[in-house]
Design a protein around this ligand. Structure first.
Ligand SMILES: *[C@@H]1O[C@H](CO)[C@@H](O)[C@H](O)[C@H]1NC(C)=O
Ligand SMILES: *[C@@H]1O[C@H](CO)[C@@H](O)[C@H](O)[C@H]1NC(C)=O
Ligand SMILES: *[C@@H]1O[C@H](CO)[C@@H](O)[C@H](O)[C@H]1NC(C)=O
Ligand SMILES: *[C@@H]1O[C@H](CO)[C@@H](O)[C@H](O)[C@H]1NC(C)=O
Ligand SMILES: *[C@@H]1O[C@H](CO)[C@@H](O)[C@H](O)[C@H]1NC(C)=O
Length: 530
């Protein structure tokens, strides 16, 4: 305990010394153009910065990928040396020599073994011997359904979507690998499709293990055993949220997004005004497919590590860390009926406190006007410098540091658009609350106007709800109330939509629950229930 304290203090001390050694140099936030930093101007309806942001922030995480199944991102990556991979054989004691699938958990690979109680199962464990270059498709890209989960793979394999071939996984892996061979790609991820079993892996063991006694020798069928299925979902849940699957290292400087309006303009009208659940890559024009494939070929030629040196995963995560829990808290604080004045004022002050904490680094000395001064009007343009400081500080030097790839420029723009909207809405609310006299750090010079604050609170509630729905961050999607010790929070997903413990049968979900899955608690122990 003592040593932890010492270490923390030491770190703090060093940072402090470095900072105090610097020459204070404050950017002149007062020189802002109020038109460019208009607190009333929301993002364009066809702006996709929020979508690029949250998809890039969700890569290799199981939770967001099962919530929104249809992938919109392709990213090159590396499976590092020493990574352990698993493969269950269908044909008994025969090792695949060419292409086939591997899994990152044995709970997943053993389901594919084919064997009886007498013959047992044949299960192989591999270790990666040299960096394996893979292409990652986001979303639930292993789901064999006809509604678009494999569209981005089809596009790479065949330059067109073939939803009618959704079960034709052998043809897909063969054609992907053929394309991969020309472009230096050794495998493809959701489950990992390996193009050559001998080139990048060595065998650790190939064991004849006891059968799992799934009571069904056909590996094409879902075992009628909820324990096996639950444990497979359970092992996937270890990668549920940030940082997700760390056994694959993505190169964000080569990221390709179907929300990139410059790269894929044909999808813009198909996304505007359409709920995120219903976004598809289908409908993309042939010209845009060509552009995507050209970009992909370019990306795979460039060296795997970006010259800019920016860790995009952390840049994105930093924004989420900074705002997610406070926005969530503000939404909770404002979720009240507004008639009870003492409660209203108490909550309004607490909201203001959250906002002030968020914005404190950008409220330059002398920015807040004295209330009742001539500068104060409905647009609160006095707060424009706070908005600008909040929206630009963290990204202002990124573009100047080395040369950014087109993918990095897209990511930068996504971070900027996203931060700008968060800062616009939070500054707008803070400024109006400040003028109304509820900032606890600036006690009001006259009695509070409760009716005015009631009206404001109604507006703020809507503003925060609109912002949170625009951001649509997966960190906010949870089982509420939280699950018990014997339970796990789960999204109904392919192919494990539901299990009925009474009839011992897999259930099909009704269409609404399938199309717009909501998290629910399922049991980790017998009797299982999905
Ligand atoms: C987005 O909408 C604006 C205004 O309607 C338009 O000028 C712009 O070209 C659109 N952008 C794209 C990529 O379609
Ligand atoms: C599973 O094994 C049995 C018996 O060895 C064999 O007849 C059957 O074709 C195998 N199934 C598959 C899908 O290979
Ligand atoms: C697989 O890789 C090995 C070793 O690099 C190579 O000798 C072999 O030709 C490759 N197989 C195919 C089908 O490309
Ligand atoms: C607001 O509170 C109600 C009742 O407590 C709850 O059912 C609802 O989910 C809450 N809404 C939000 C957005 O938190
Ligand atoms: C609000 O006040 C600012 C000065 O602080 C002024 O530039 C702006 O024109 C005013 N806006 C309106 C709508 O009166």
């Amino acid at each position: 305990m003592l040593s932890t304290k010492k270490a923390t203090f030491w770190l703090f001390f060093v940072v402090e010394r470095v900072l105090t050694a610097q020459i204070p140099l404050s950017p002149d936030y007062h020189q802002v153009d109020p038109l460019q930093w208009d607190l009333d101007e929301p993002p364009a309806v066809n702006a996709t910065g929020n979508l690029v942001f949250e998809t890039a922030n969700s890569l290799l995480q199981h939770w967001p990928s099962t919530r929104y199944r249809i992938g919109h991102t392709i990213v090159p990556g590396i499976v590092p040396v020493g990574t352990i991979l698993y493969h269950g054989t269908i044909t008994g004691p025969h090792m695949p020599t060419a292409l086939d699938w591997v899994a990152v958990e044995p709970e997943h690979s053993m389901i594919f073994c084919n064997g009886t109680v007498e013959t047992g199962y044949w299960h192989a464990t591999f270790s990666v011997t040299r960096p394996m270059k893979v292409l990652y498709f986001d979303g639930n890209s292993a789901a064999k359904v006809s509604e678009g989960t494999m569209d981005t793979q089809d596009l790479v394999a065949w330059s067109e979507m073939k939803p009618e071939w959704f079960e034709n996984e052998l043809q897909r892996i063969q054609d992907l690998c053929k394309w991969g061979l020309q472009n230096g790609v050794d495998g493809f991820v959701s489950e990992i499709m390996i193009c050559n079993f001998t080139s990048h892996m060595e065998l650790i063991s190939f064991s004849n293990v006891e059968s799992l006694r799934l009571g069904d020798d056909n590996p094409a069928d879902l075992p009628n055993d909820p324990n096996t299925i639950f444990e497979m979902m359970h092992s996937a849940s270890w990668r549920e949220n940030y940082p997700g699957e760390t056994r694959i290292i993505l190169d964000y400087s080569g990221l390709i997004s179907f929300y990139d309006n410059d790269l894929v303009p044909s999808l813009v009208p198909r996304h505007v005004g359409v709920e995120r659940w219903d976004h598809r890559v289908a409908g993309i024009s042939p010209e845009d497919i060509e552009r995507v494939k050209d970009r992909l070929a370019q990306v795979l030629k460039q060296p795997p590590v970006t010259a800019s040196g920016i860790d995009w995963k952390t840049v994105l995560r930093f924004v989420v860390d900074r705002y997610a829990s406070r926005l969530d808290m503000m939404q909770y604080l404002m979720n009240i009926t507004l008639d009870d004045t003492p409660v209203l004022l108490d909550r309004a002050r607490k909201v203001q406190r959250q906002l002030r904490t968020i914005l404190a680094p950008y409220i330059i000395l002398g920015t807040p006007p004295s209330r009742g001064s001539v500068e104060v009007n409905a647009t609160n343009s006095w707060a424009a410098p706070v908005f600008q400081g909040c929206a630009t500080t963290h990204t202002s030097t990124i573009g100047t540091r080395g040369i950014l790839t087109p993918s990095e420029r897209l990511l930068l723009q996504a971070v900027q658009e996203t931060t700008r909207e968060i800062c616009r809405v939070t500054t707008r609310i803070w400024a109006s609350g400040f003028i109304a006299g509820i900032d606890p750090l600036y006690p009001p010079d006259q009695d509070l106007d409760a009716d005015h604050i009631r009206t404001l609170m109604g507006e703020w509630k809507e503003d925060i709800a609109r912002l949170m729905s625009w951001l649509d961050w997966n960190v906010w999607v949870k089982c509420r109330p939280a699950c018990g010790v014997e339970e796990m929070c789960y999204f109904p997903t392919w192919p494990f939509q539901g299990w009925d413990s009474a009839s011992k049968l897999w259930l099909d979900l009704n269409e609404g629950d399938w199309k717009r899955p909501q998290p629910k608690c399922i049991r980790r122990l017998e009797p299982y229930g999905f």
